[in-house]
Ligand binder design. Structure first.
Ligand SMILES: [Zn+2]
Length: 231
């Protein structure tokens, strides 16, 4: 009888834990640490992605409200200059009449209008404000100020890659983390909508997994990738 009691009480009925996995590579070799405001972060030892604990991710309605507060327009020279940091290194890969997209444009697609001035067409997409995706694959995609907002970077990269035609370019603008700037008190992590942070090695991982080559990188925040042609 005693043995029976022992078995009933210690036999695992259902797991009461779950394994945190990297939101990009799904690896389980993660280091956890505390950052600004005591927020828990994870760093993946495989792809070097850093992401905030899902406990602090904002609800979609709160996220949208914050984005509405950051409604920059082309009347703001500082903002145009900021977006030019992504546009200028991409111009050598753009030709007149190409079709591209401003992915994650927010409430005001300023970059799309800047691109149209170069003679290319530019549609725009944002899950909160313009949720309709184009039917056609794109010659180029800009993803400025959006990779750091991705809750599920793997899903987003699958989507971006599907939206891009072979040899199309993907311009990413997001501040990369590096070992010289401790992430524990990095200002860029303070914004509650910033949840995911990439290292230059994460960009290398993205290239090998999703099939890209690096055309340009300033090693800090602007990267232009070209989708490989699969033969
Ligand atoms: Zn990873």
């Amino acid at each position: 009888m005693a043995l029976g009691f022992f078995i009933v009480n210690f036999a695992p009925s259902k797991p009461n834990y779950f394994v945190m996995k990297c939101t990009l590579c799904e690896g389980e070799d993660l280091i956890t640490f505390k950052g600004i405001d005591g927020v828990a972060f994870y760093r993946c030892n495989h792809c070097f992605l850093i992401f905030k604990s899902p406990d602090v991710w904002l609800r979609p309605e709160d996220e949208k409200e914050r984005y509405q507060q950051h409604n920059n327009s082309e009347d703001c020279p500082g903002y145009v200059e900021f977006l030019n940091q992504a546009l200028e290194p991409t111009l050598p890969f753009m030709e007149e009449d190409m079709e591209g997209m401003d992915f994650g444009c927010g409430p005001n697609p300023v970059l799309a209008r800047m691109v149209e001035k170069t003679g290319c067409q530019c549609s725009f997409y944002d899950p909160h404000f313009f949720p309709e995706l184009p039917d056609e694959r794109q010659d180029f995609i800009f993803a400025t100020e959006c990779f750091e907002h991705f809750f599920n970077p793997h899903q987003e990269l699958k989507l971006l890659t599907a939206l891009l035609r072979p040899s199309g370019t993907l311009t990413i603008m997001t501040n990369l983390w590096n070992e010289d700037d401790p992430v524990e008190n990095w200002w860029y992590t303070k914004d509650p909508t910033h949840v995911t942070f990439f290292h230059s090695k994460t960009i290398d991982y993205i290239c090998s997994r999703y099939g890209y080559d690096i055309e340009y990188s300033d090693d800090r925040k602007v990267i232009v990738l070209r989708k490989r042609v699969v033969r």
